[in-house]
Design a protein around this ligand. Structure first.
Ligand code: SF4
Ligand code: SF4
Length: 68
């Protein structure tokens, strides 16, 4: 199990991380809106995250940090 942290106020809701996750564990959080007016990305299932960091690598704004 790994942990990812999304810097929500940097996220622009582009969904590149959503498509990058090999396990489909990331989604935009439709319940929340950040300071820029976007739905921020969130990890939907921490138990199944393998810490591969594909999401962090893909993010153009370096909004994701992965801890293993
Ligand atoms: S670290 Fe890998 S498995 Fe975990 S959320 Fe990011 S892309 Fe998905
Ligand atoms: S790739 Fe980065 S900016 Fe785009 S939705 Fe994911 S966390 Fe947000």
């Amino acid at each position: 199990m790994a942990k990812i942290t999304v810097n929500e106020n940097v996220c622009k809701g582009c969904e590149l991380c959503v498509g990058a996750c090999p396990r489909n564990l990331i989604a935009l959080d439709k319940e929340r809106i950040n300071a820029k007016g976007y739905h921020p990305a969130t990890l939907t299932d921490e138990e199944n995250c393998i810490g591969c960091a594909m999401c962090a690598t893909m993010c153009p704004d370096c909004a994701i940090t992965v801890e293993r």
